[in-house]
Design a protein around this ligand. Structure first.
Ligand SMILES: [Zn+2]
Length: 100
């Protein structure tokens, strides 16, 4: 068995890595979900924050205080961005999905 010296470093084969790109947030349940984070690949329980809920009431109260016509105060409840729960990874803090 003959031994030949290594002819430099082995050729680097560039293979396209399959990177998980989160385009659309996944719709999750109302509570913390056990899942594998697609960003940091850690086994995590999603961190649920419902900070949007008080904002929804705040907007409604604000509109009512500003003399909004009855019905306009319900407007924030119709805006999806004003309500719902956000699931985030406790490890990398990446937003993983929403529950509405
Ligand atoms: Zn993560």
């Amino acid at each position: 068995m003959s031994q030949y010296p290594a002819q430099g470093p082995p050729p680097i084969t560039t293979q396209p890595q399959s990177i998980t790109v989160i385009n659309a947030p996944v719709i999750l349940g109302p509570g913390p979900q056990a899942m594998t984070c697609p960003v940091c690949h850690a086994q995590i329980m999603t961190d649920v924050s419902d900070k949007a809920i008080p904002k929804t009431h705040g907007f409604a109260i604000l509109i009512c205080c500003l003399g909004g016509v009855l019905g306009c105060c319900l407007f924030p409840y119709c805006i999806s961005s004003c309500q719902g729960q956000e699931h985030a990874c406790p490890n990398c803090r990446h937003t993983l999905g929403f529950y509405k």
